[in-house]
Design a protein around this ligand. Sequence first.
Ligand code: ADP
Ligand code: MG
Length: 328
Amino acid sequence: MGEREKLLEVKNLKKYFPVKGGVLQRTIGHVKAVDDVSFEIYKGETLGIVGESGSGKSTLGRTILRLLDPTEGQVIFEGDDISTLSNRKMRPYRKDMQMVFQDPFASLNPRMSVGEIIEEPMIVQNTLTKKERKEKVVDLLAKVGLPAEARSKYPHEFSGGQRQRIGIARALTLNPKLIIGDEPVSALDVSVQSQVLNLMGDLQDEFDLTYLFIAHDLSVVKHISDRVGVMYLGKMAEIGPKDKIFENPLHPYTQALLSAVPIPDMERKREKITLKGELPSPSNPPSGCPFHTRCPEAHERCKVELPELLHQGNEQYVACHLYTSEEK
Ligand code: ADP
Ligand code: MG
């Protein structure tokens, strides 16, 4: 592997939501949706982020895009710290970073035609003539596998998979560098999921895209990811190259998530690890390691001391007291 260039760097990022209570609606606590997360994304790669519902994945994506303001920490895009930029100063970065949402129906305006939906970001950006915009709409529709006639139709006239293709076309209009897919195939039928995943893979090559791909299930990110990060209660439990995460998961939580993924080759039989209990509330996370209340291997230290994310070699990092030494 040659020298890799960072596109995005997330440093100690936190996003806390205030919890209000009492008659005076005072802040009585915080939901620590994203709690001290650091990682980087290299140009051209796909970083998959997985974790149960409520682990902070969407909040992470939205905070990176500055749809939410970070509570603390930095988001660095192509070397520029964008974490505290004003709306006006954010504008040139907005076109470089786009989001594809889980529910294309909710994210596409039902009263706008597909042509208008795809054209809208270009009108806002105001760099192309009307004719150029129309040409681009037809071109993008073709790229995502839809006929030119789709232009004059409305979102409800399409299937779920087709709607997600429209959402992807819209995300591509301003030639972004980074696409954050927030469970973009989770709402689709399994047969359609792979078609949309394949499309995203093809578009990545064609347009030199970098992906942050969010899913709640490891099987979805398996084929598309170069690296995978596993989130638990707002923190990164483990992150590393995809092959390491799938063949040699270190964190007991990653092992549990992986044990739920069906494996095609019958030689390696895995025990399904069932986690006890529910995901604790991020407004009242457990002390020490946030996973200790459900961890089959928890010991005394885990109840009191938060494990750091440490390098275990081969670019695999894990936050777990079972692995203490930091390898160089
Ligand atoms: P995920 O995408 O992994 O399911 P989210 O980022 O949506 O997780 O949510 C993480 C936590 O933050 C959840 O407990 C959720 O209820 C809470 N949360 C998300 N958005 C808000 C918000 N705008 N206000 C208050 N709490 C929120
Ligand atoms: Mg989510």
